[in-house]
Design a protein around this ligand. Structure first.
Ligand code: HEC
Length: 105
């Protein structure tokens, strides 16, 4: 446990500002998009985004696109390239469309 801590801290520091971890502020936005949104679902969306969308190119920061922009790129192109299910695409989109409202997201 103590030996793992430094790695976890480093991994976290590397993500801040680019692919933010969802928090309560993002949940407020997410609830306006999906009534059943929870922090767990947002965290799962981030995990899927990092896990499924980074094999071909660097991850794009959520703030790079507005909600319709993300829907378009994921639904028309990247869901197919990443071979993800409809449900996985929805979770990734919920994360991206919640966090892209942040100035630093
Ligand atoms: C199998 C490879 C592959 C995977 C997996 C993949 N992409 Fe892409 N993506 C590409 C290619 C190729 C391009 C176009 C060239 C580029 O921008 O690097 C692209 C471009 C993009 C762009 C820029 C589009 C534009 O018009 O500016 C975004 C945003 C993006 N991908 C998001 C995602 C997301 C979100 C996922 C996960 C659901 C994902 N990508 C998974 C291959 C992939």
């Amino acid at each position: 446990m103590t030996r793992r801590l430094p790695i976890a801290v480093l991994a976290l520091a590397g993500c801040v500002g680019t692919i933010p971890h969802p928090d309560e502020r993002d949940l407020v936005v997410a609830r306006s998009l999906a009534h059943d949104a929870t922090l767990d679902r947002l965290a799962e969306g981030r995990r899927l985004y990092v896990g499924k969308c980074s094999s071909c190119h660097a991850l794009h920061a959520p703030r790079e696109r507005d909600d319709p922009g993300w829907r378009k790129v994921v639904e028309t192109e990247m869901a197919g390239r990443a071979r993800i299910s409809r449900d996985e695409a929805d979770r990734i989109l919920l994360y991206l469309c919640a966090v892209n409202d942040r100035p630093s997201g």
